[in-house]
Design a protein around this ligand. Sequence first.
Ligand SMILES: Cc1ncc(C[n+]2csc(CCOP(=O)(O)OP(=O)(O)O)c2C)c(N)n1
Ligand code: SF4
Ligand code: SF4
Length: 672
Amino acid sequence: MLDFIHRHMSFLRLRRKSKRATWQIRPTWRILGRRFRRIGSAIPVFKREEKLVSLTAEAKTNAPQLMSGNDAVARGVWEAGVRVAAAYPGTPSTEILESLSRYPDIHANWAVNEKVSLEIAIGASVAGSRAFAAMKHVGVNVASDALMSQTLAGVEGGLVIAVADDVGLSSSQNEQDSRYWGRFGHLPMLEPCDSQEAYEMVKEAYELSEKFNVPVLLRVTTRVSHVKSVVTAGSREEREVKGFEKDPARWVLVPANAKRKVGVQFERDKALADYAETCKLNVIEEGSDKRVGFVTSGPAYLHLREAFPDAPVLKLGLSYPLPIEAIRAFAGTVDTLIVAEETEPLIEKELKAAGIEVHGKDVLPATDELTPNVVGPAVRGFLGEAVGREEAFKPDVFPRPPTMCVGCPHLSVYYCLSRLKSKVNIAGDIGCYTLGAGHPWNALDTCTCMGGSMGMALGMDLGRGESDKDKGVVAVIGDSTFLHMGMQGLLNIVYEQGNVTVLLLDNRATGMTGGQDHPGTGMDIRGEDTTRVDFAKLVSALGIKPERIHELDPGDMPTLFKAMKAEIAVAEPSVIITNRPCTLIDCFRKDKPYRVDEDACTGCANCLSVGCPAIQMTRSATETTAKGREVEKKWVRIDTAACTGCNLCVDTCGPGAIELVDGLAAGPGAGE
Ligand SMILES: Cc1ncc(C[n+]2csc(CCOP(=O)(O)OP(=O)(O)O)c2C)c(N)n1
Ligand code: SF4
Ligand code: SF4
């Protein structure tokens, strides 16, 4: 689904700022205000209200506001006096930077990818400013080269990295658990359970970062990022910037310097582990039902509270390093200890390694959210209680498969590919155009990771077997994805003179995640004009021959189809750039809509293969031809209110049954 679900919501948020969409997953916190008290360990036990006061004393002057977790993170970052923030969009993290860009006194910018975003933040930190980067879970894979080394060098200004995990894969290619990065990179990790905590923990994270000279990870999940709850915020703390101090032994990670840092890193691990034992972000709630106690973190805590209001719970705000001794003491106060963690059994394994008897993934699933309807029956079954069926909350909406938008500029590309697919193998990439893998086109053969289409297409060319020797290899990639990680792969195609035809779909937007700007749109995150990359010049600079580069309007489907066929037939690298804007961005203009003349429509259903959602089937029937062949007929109508007048379906209609509404002349096509 690849960020699909959030696309339209984000567009609404971005493009019509006055009508911000509220996306609420079922709120679960009915536990606010419960009283907690200290039990046999060094972990302080707070009344929840006290904790809020201690972390946001100054915020009391500000009226509480409804904020998503992403908005709350942004607010915390701004208040912490951060001067530089960078990100690459990715659900569920995207709105953090969008939200930050609305605050003054902070350089918020879209980076071309997550690695660059982190490097911008690292540079700002090294220069003495507090800095911030945000990304979705798979983004950390991209950023990890910078991350894994800077953890040795440390920070000057506090450096916090927000990582948003898509637990349950509502919009991602995998469900990886970012808590591993804390362990892997020797980095402390904080995990808020709701918006207020997200706001507070960001500020705590900066203190921690500067105290221990280390970047700090803030792990949120989709539920925290997108659910709105009340936040009492404060005001910005302006901080003096010391300025960059040259210190090669500290900042230049040549082996001799890095080697010295490894020992320092282990010392820091130990200091952080000691700190964790008494950290105020880790809280014990004593419960009356001691049969089972839970160790948990993040939103799983809220789900647990709903399912087991009387159980003792140790809630980890600082979830790495673990307060092992505090957990050991807590384990001694309950009959059985269960670790409730989303998603992998990290805490469980570490506690078992420390000799603490716990249950975890033998009781609870290792994928998806631990919602009350999941945790409740699983733990009750484990306790030997009768388990009734608990239904998951289902929103009352009509189901519809994900598809491209009405008049999407990618429709014609996939119509053409669907006609060529028996003669080509198609390496896909990540974006709205990934939907070309589905009905009615079924014209994408692979999709793994951002930018992956380039290298994979080259590999498919180089590794082709006898059965594929006459087939073309096509790679499909969006403009944002090309700038993110596609350019390098294209360079390799050129370097190896691969027989690959690249379709670079420039729709002037990072469409899938909500239409964010990038260096190919000519605008920055605040909508200010900036330099716009010229894709034709860029691919030419990467070594594609001028005669192998075509810039085409995908609305002119016959020309596009001809160019695709011609380039697939040429055994050298080529690039076809399509240049029609995404229909959901500001510069898109609708043309006059079309309708179907019912008397002229023969039910051939060709237009349905375009895949435009404005074309709807009205009735179907099986008819027998004069030669005795049975054919399925489908008659259609066009939703004229939705039709953008892109003209695509007109080209597919043999009998000419698709006509302009009221006979009006067609406009110049979707343009700026
Ligand atoms: C490493 C990584 N970062 C971010 C994302 C989120 N993401 C999915 S598709 C996409 C970009 C899509 O933009 P583009 O390539 O221009 O295609 P469009 O959706 O506009 O057709 C992004 C940022 C991701 N899946 N992986
Ligand atoms: S690229 Fe196409 S499917 Fe994606 S948001 Fe734009 S119009 Fe819709
Ligand atoms: S002209 Fe046809 S393909 Fe284009 S938006 Fe209208 S119905 Fe869809």
